[in-house]
Design a protein around this ligand. Structure first.
Ligand code: BEZ
Ligand code: MG
Length: 573
């Protein structure tokens, strides 16, 4: 290689590294647990307000601060800038001014911030005021905390005013906390806004797959959750519709019960087959939406289009030819638990180390989730008919699995539900399709949607949370419970090894270094919560026994010592 090429390659690497650091740095993480009845802390509040200010909120007449600054500075296309690298100086300048403006508002009030932004970046006062008023209101509401009062009133049987269920950043109207959450009208889903956002996300997903494979996936498996679709007014639902190449249409009563096929000339890509597994909560809340999704697949399957542009039709005809299936069976794509049942139980099997062969985890997923919800060609409603073979067959064609992440508060290693669903279905696909699917998550948290592979997401979550002193020290302030949270994160990370083989060995190495091989930390954990400490050590040892990492003898010895030391201590208890 000539010296110039080496320098260019080196510069590119440094830039990529820098981008990753910025990504981790900018990731909003909870620094500690929410304590019931206690208002959020100062730094947490500042971070939240910065995020709140970065979204366009036409319904409240408030513009995103970054966009206001970009416009005032004469930056042509802020959107283009968002897709540029985070090392862009213009972007850093804009982000910096916006962050300082939020601080001004937070520390000195709305009018000071309005004047500051006018003098600093020439942003018109009338334009910025609504955004600062919103920030100030959110700041006040974060200070007020009615949770204990509301609980006491609820226990006395008094009325508690409901509020929307959402992420604070996505919809600040969820504040103040301490209210009942009301759901959404299922017929209103997906909203126009959700559909518009879903197009971006689903296109980014297809682009990513295409870049990696040189073609589109013939079928995708999607996980749809109830609370997520409440929060986003149905972004997950809209993504499924857009992948199929249809849009929702409202009937005379303004209910989204119909669909309209988007012509291939407009779509300019094949229609992607989608296998949808919806949670029990989704099924309970969104029955009409399940009917809409089922209707969309059926309509697409009957379109008179070339098979290489309509993968639903291709897969359905393939199945009919292969085993003389009925159309109604071959087209079944919406699955959930049996009526009255919830969850996959894959998380319990993993947590209790109760499996030997990986395939068992995927089989359990299908056992729990193979109940079909549809309306057949004769118009008869099918509500939770066991259809294991149909689900096995649909999954055998899947090449990628995907779930939309929509919350700042809960990520893929915070709870066991992400690996039970996305991990569970990925393992089910792996054995049925005889090939591990590409696994993706979207990050529709920030104004610019990001698609990441599962492996990238596990790395990011590990660096931003589990291994980040800001995160674990925040947890350790909560003593016993905090250690349990750290242990939970490790166990959930382990869940991604078990279901999807998606955890780099260095992650286990760094976890053991941070929490167990450092004698001071080890002592702190032992003092605060010896039970969780022991579980953590056991989990790391299990990760080794199952072949997820291969630590040196010394580390193994330490793990065993910690486990035995604990056994001695509680042995006589
Ligand atoms: C849901 O909202 O559908 C859901 C919530 C938690 C775990 C699994 C599903
Ligand atoms: Mg739970």
């Amino acid at each position: 290689m000539n010296p110039k090429a080496i320098t260019t390659e080196r510069d590119a690497r440094v830039t990529r590294l820098y981008e990753q650091l910025v990504e981790i740095e900018q990731r909003l993480i909870p620094t500690g647990l929410h304590v019931f009845g206690r208002a959020s802390e100062l730094q947490e509040k500042a971070d939240l307000l910065r995020m709140v200010a970065s979204f366009e909120r036409p319904e409240q007449g408030a513009r995103a601060l970054q966009r206001l600054v970009a416009d005032a500075l004469g930056v042509e296309s802020y959107d283009a800038l968002l897709h540029e690298t985070s090392t862009s100086e213009t972007r850093q300048l804009i982000d910096g001014v916006a962050a300082d403006a939020v601080r001004q508002c937070f520390e000195h009030g709305v009018e000071t911030a309005v004047d500051w932004l006018l003098s600093k970046a020439g942003v018109d006062s009338e334009e910025s005021r609504p955004t600062f008023l919103l920030i100030a209101k959110v700041a006040d509401q974060l200070d007020a905390n009615n949770e204990i009062d509301s609980l006491a009133r609820a226990l006395r049987g008094e009325y508690i005013r409901p509020g929307p269920g959402a992420d604070i950043v996505q919809n600040p109207l969820v504040l103040p906390t301490g209210r009942n959450t009301h759901a959404v009208n299922p017929y209103s889903v997906p909203s126009q806004m959700a559909f518009a956002r879903a197009k971006h996300t689903a296109d980014a997903l297809l682009r990513r797959y295409f870049e990696e494979h040189g073609r589109y996936p013939r079928a995708l498996a999607l996980v749809l959750w109830g609370l997520d679709n409440i929060k986003t007014q149905g972004e997950g639902v809209a993504q499924a519709l857009w992948l199929l190449g249809v849009r929702p249409v409202r009937d005379a009563l303004n209910r989204a019960t119909e669909i309209e096929v988007i012509p291939l000339e407009e779509l300019r890509r094949p229609r992607i087959d989608v296998v949808m597994t919806v949670s029990g909560i989704f099924r309970d809340l969104f029955m009409p939406t399940m009917a809409l999704l089922d209707k969309a697949v059926r309509r697409v399957a009957t379109l008179d289009e070339p098979l290489d542009m309509n993968y639903v039709r291709r897969n359905v005809s393939e199945k009919i030819h292969a085993d003389s299936s009925e159309f109604d069976d071959a087209v079944t794509r919406v699955f959930s638990n049996a009526p009255g049942n919830y969850g996959t139980n894959v998380n319990f099997m993993v947590m209790q180390s109760a499996w030997e062969n990986d395939a068992t985890l995927g089989d359990l997923f299908v056992t729990r989730k193979c109940f079909a919800y549809a309306r057949d060609s004769k118009g008869r409603s099918v509500e939770g008919r066991e259809a294991r073979e149909l689900m096995d067959d649909a999954l055998s064609r899947v090449e990628a699995t995907y779930q939309n992440i929509d919350s700042f508060e809960v990520g893929i290693t915070d709870v066991d539900h992400y690996f039970e669903y996305l991990g569970g279905i990925s393992k089910a696909v792996e054995t049925r399709a005889k090939s591990r699917p590409s696994i993706y998550l979207s990050d529709s948290l920030s104004p610019q949607t990001k698609i990441r592979s599962l492996e990238e997401t596990v790395r990011l979550e590990t660096r931003a949370k589990t291994l980040n002193p800001k995160w674990y020290e925040g947890m350790l302030k909560h003593g016993f419970r905090g250690v349990a949270e750290i242990e939970n994160h490790v166990a959930n990370t382990f869940g991604w090894s078990a279901t999807a083989d998606a955890v780099d060995p260095w992650i286990y190495t760094e976890i053991s270094k941070t929490f167990l091989l450092d004698p001071i930390m080890l002592n702190r954990l032992r003092e605060l919560n010896p039970h969780s400490l022991q579980s953590l050590a056991r989990r790391l040892l299990e990760a080794h026994n199952r072949g997820y990492w291969n630590p040196n003898e010394e580390t193994l010895e330490r793990l065993r010592e910690i486990i035995e030391h604990f056994a001695d201590r509680v042995g006589g208890a």
